[in-house]
Design a protein around this ligand. Structure first.
Ligand code: ATP
Ligand code: MG
Length: 452
């Protein structure tokens, strides 16, 4: 497929009607960006991007009920049949990237040519212009040869790569994501410019980096490919130096490779639909570079948890994500043996937290795969079953058959820290023997403890 070639598209009715409405209003309207790239590649687009000559307020007038997102003037129209949203943007030129982070100003452009020229890669700088009056038929607008690049398996910046990366350093990461997703090799001048500009990703906002990393982790290709490419291009050491430092850290595991290879394999082994869990896999051994001594990694779980929390904080992850990943790294080293008593199992559950267990076992399974370890039947899978067996037992103070108030009224102990200590001691007793969890037994026990 080449610039100007006719191209038929199976348009969802909602998308077709958006194009027709703009057209009938006397405006030019075309599909652009990711959706055209996906169509040319033969994939169903994940979302529909429409670009038009109509200014945003005119677009908004055409589609009452659509949401209008400033300052980029993107109008989003819902597909009533539940398909992906349709994003309509006015042709634009972005000017002035003084901070290499975001355009200083967005100006509406006058033409599709200008709009395509400001896009990052040739494969993203194609449009599909519908023919007048005929739904689904149209032609490809491809001034930079994106279709040929996609076919040949090449990722190439639009225009001068050096300038493009100078304008926005996020494009360095987008290059890695796109190259991995479509299995493209980097055009040599584009690759050279990425290497030259790599240090500039340090200046990107944490949010933008996080969004891009999450899109990489949520992708279909194993994330290891993208991270290995980032390493080769000099991006990994700038963005995630703690992870890059695992290169060369030896591992005594059946599978060959160092601690970075192992970490990447662990991320690959976790499900794409849970990118945060994949991130935990990626970071689970991040403490190994700094804790290596005499062939052991003392406290790498504890140190690694702090490092992972720091990394996620830098990436402006949510509190919930930081806590989830930190806890997973902290607890990933649990060492079960079949001689554990039920009390030991209950203590383990209490320490880790019931809510974390499914994730923790998933991480452990990925860790095994990434190590080439065949877990014996008496390994953590047995623990998983035993955990299910104690699930009904009280594991927290609030599950005790009495409350602090009961202790205050029944034992005449004044409210204060003594009550807390007593409840903790009662919980210990119940962890040892769940049958003690009745009101009478606990009160009797508390009396004995308080007088003893
Ligand atoms: P996906 O299919 O994962 O959504 P995408 O390429 O569509 O990938 P978006 O972030 O949705 O990515 O961007 C839509 C389009 O906007 C891109 O195809 C590209 O043309 C343009 N674009 C997005 N970000 C940039 C950028 N930082 N610099 C230049 N052009 C960009
Ligand atoms: Mg998109």
């Amino acid at each position: 497929m080449r610039d100007g070639d006719p191209m038929r598209i199976d348009l969802p009715p909602a998308v077709a009607s958006v194009l027709v409405a703009l057209r009938q209003g006397g405006h030019e309207a075309a599909l652009v960006g990711g959706s055209v790239r996906d169509l040319v590649h033969g994939d169903e687009p994940a979302d529909w991007d429409v670009a038009t000559s109509a200014p945003p307020e005119v677009v908004a007038d055409h589609f009452p009920g659509a949401t209008w997102q400033n300052p980029f003037g993107t109008v989003t129209v819902r597909d009533p049949s539940g398909g992906p949203g349709i994003e309509i943007t006015t042709y634009r030129v972005e000017a002035g990237y003084r901070d290499k982070r975001r355009p200083d100003e967005v100006r509406w452009g006058s033409s599709m040519a200008e709009d395509l020229a400001r896009r990052d890669f040739t494969i993203n700088a194609m449009a599909w212009l519908p023919d007048e009056g005929a739904e689904g038929s149209g032609r490809l607008v491809d001034p930079y040869g994106g279709a040929a690049d996609l076919e040949a398996g090449v990722l190439r910046a639009v225009g001068d790569p050096d300038e493009r990366f100078n304008e926005d350093a996020l494009r360095l990461l987008r290059a890695v994501r796109l190259a991995t997703r479509y299995d493209l090799r980097l055009d040599p001048p584009t690759e050279a410019a990425i290497r030259a500009h790599a240090p500039e990703v340090a200046g990107l906002s944490g949010e933008r980096v996080r969004d891009e990393l999450m899109r990489i982790l949520a992708g279909v290709p194993p994330p290891s490919r993208a991270f290995e490419l980032m390493e080769r291009l000099g991006l990994l050491g700038v963005l995630l130096p703690e992870l890059a430092a695992l290169r060369g850290v030896p591992q005594a595991k059946p599978l060959v490779g160092d601690a970075l290879d192992h970490s990447l394999r662990a991320a690959d082994a976790l499900p794409a639909d849970d990118p945060v869990l994949r991130l935990a896999g990626l970071l689970h051994d991040v403490g190994k570079a700094t804790t290596l001594a005499d062939g052991h990694f003392l406290h790498h779980d504890r140190d690694g948890a702090l490092m992972a929390e720091q990394i996620l904080g830098r990436l402006r992850a949510s509190r919930a994500e930081i806590t989830r990943v930190g806890r997973l790294v902290r607890h990933h080293m649990f060492a079960y043996t079949p001689d554990w008593t039920d009390t030991a199992v209950r203590r383990f559950v209490r320490r880790v937290g019931v809510d974390l267990l499914p994730d923790l076992f998933a991480l452990r399974a990925a860790d095994d795969v990434a190590s080439g370890v065949q877990e014996p039947p008496t390994g953590w899978r047995e623990l998983r079953q035993r955990v299910a067996a104690v699930a009904g037992d009280p594991l927290e103070a609030r599950q005790l058959a009495i409350t602090g108030d009961d202790l205050v009224t029944q034992l005449a102990i004044p409210p204060g820290p003594a009550i807390g200590r007593l409840l903790a001691a009662l919980l210990e007793a119940v962890l040892e023997d769940p049958t003690l969890n009745s009101r009478e037994q606990l009160l009797a026990l508390a009396r004995a403890m308080a007088s003893g």
